[in-house]
Design a protein around this ligand. Sequence first.
Ligand code: TRP
Ligand code: SF4
Length: 521
Amino acid sequence: MSEEPPHEAEDVQPDGGAATDDVALDPWGSSAVDDYRNLFEQFGIEEFDGIFPDVADPHYLMRRGVIFGHRDYGPVARAMREGEPFAALSGFMPTGDPHIGHKLVFDELIWHQEQGGDTYGLIADLEAHSARGMSWAEIDEHARDYLLSLLALGFDPEEGELYRQSENHDLQDLAFELGSEVNFSEMAAIYGFEGETSVSHMQSVVTQMADILYPQLEEPKPTVIPVGPDQDPHVRLARDLAARTRYFGVTEAYASFEADPGERAVLARAYEERGEFAEEPDRPRCVEAADWIAEYDTLADLHDPATIDSTVEKLRAAGKEPLRPRVRFLDRNATEAAFEALIEAVEGEKRVYEAHIDTFELSQGEADELAREVELDHGGYGFRAPSSLYHRFMTGLTGGKMSSSIPASHISLLDDPETGYEKVNSATTGGRETAEKQRELGGKADECPVYELYAYLLAGDDDEFAKEVYDECVGGERLCGGCKEQAAVLMEEFLEEHQEKREEARELLAELDIELDPERV
Ligand code: TRP
Ligand code: SF4
């Protein structure tokens, strides 16, 4: 590796050429989100509220809505409740000082570790070098700072694992394998990559895919990736890749032919309504279902016409074959030996086809487990789809977005305590123009960066305190001067204590097997 940042095309954009207007969530672009609702509607991120009751002892960031969304967190919450293995992993690009926005993710990792998860924190140095053009000297310095803060906040490196992408060979081997499942066109569609995008930048993407699946290398387990929503494209691709590497797919099916998910939904509906059209209700024939679907208008409202047509066509071709629910194993990437072994392993009534096996006595859950077992026995990864948690981005202290390039907008974990005090004291607020108005109308805590500081950090686990600040503010009992002063003092104390702990963590860091002063040539 050279000391110089890699060169991309001359007219390269500051973010490494990744941003295009049609990529709405851009990992290398702006990390501001205008409308969180849009994330649910447009991208299918799930609302955290929906899963909140399933979390046994939720973190304060969950209780206060700072963690607002997730993908498929259910399996992680379940494993946590039931004392089953699970993992948490996140990564940090060492492009500047760690700041209070990063602290959210540090805290999330540490909390999952305290809940019993195998927890990983990584330094995305390959990404910082290839996508952000950071030199190795800068990267080494910042890497140390991220790790010290993570340790100071309570990450236990004996229970968990810290690594640098560039030093982890198992990770890079996995990245190489995953790279054969994704091509340039797909990356272009997801990230807006263009002809000028460097190969190293693309390599940093497969490296991140490997990061996300790395906790499962020894054993598949539910894994959560706590990140900002700008990382969602990575999470989606990793979930896809986890599925693509699997030996077998497991789906429901209703007849011997193959059907896509849309067609399957139509078939499920027809099967449910078999009493309406089948001469013998316990042997509904495919062709009878075809005639019924073709005529039944309600289905046309629920499913798109092309899907209905193709389903009808397949049913007609199957003729008198009875519709009968079953669980199907599809051969995706299995070796011949693994496919044979699966056939052996399926108990009860089964039918074996060229590239799938239909079983009539297994539930989908049982089939899933069996498929994974056989895959693992035959050298596959057996990955589970990784889950994610999304936190809100903090508002900048100067209003607008919090940005590492505007020092006054954020508080670095390395800021002098007095500087922290000053920054909070000079922050914009959600207060009214005059004290009278504030007493009369109350402050706008929901639009106040200072209130955010309380909720995201300063109130810590003390919900009552956070609520008190909020209620007093909107009730007009709290005025901004005193409120900021209180927050500034708390921030000063936090930074003082954090930096003491960072000093203590130096020894711990030195003992870890992480190279931070490499001699590069
Ligand atoms: N891309 C992330 C960032 O921009 C860093 C990162 C690398 C990461 N690998 C990861 C985050 C794995 C979560 C999981 O900061
Ligand atoms: Fe913000 Fe405090 Fe002023 Fe309310 S009183 S607007 S929370 S600074």
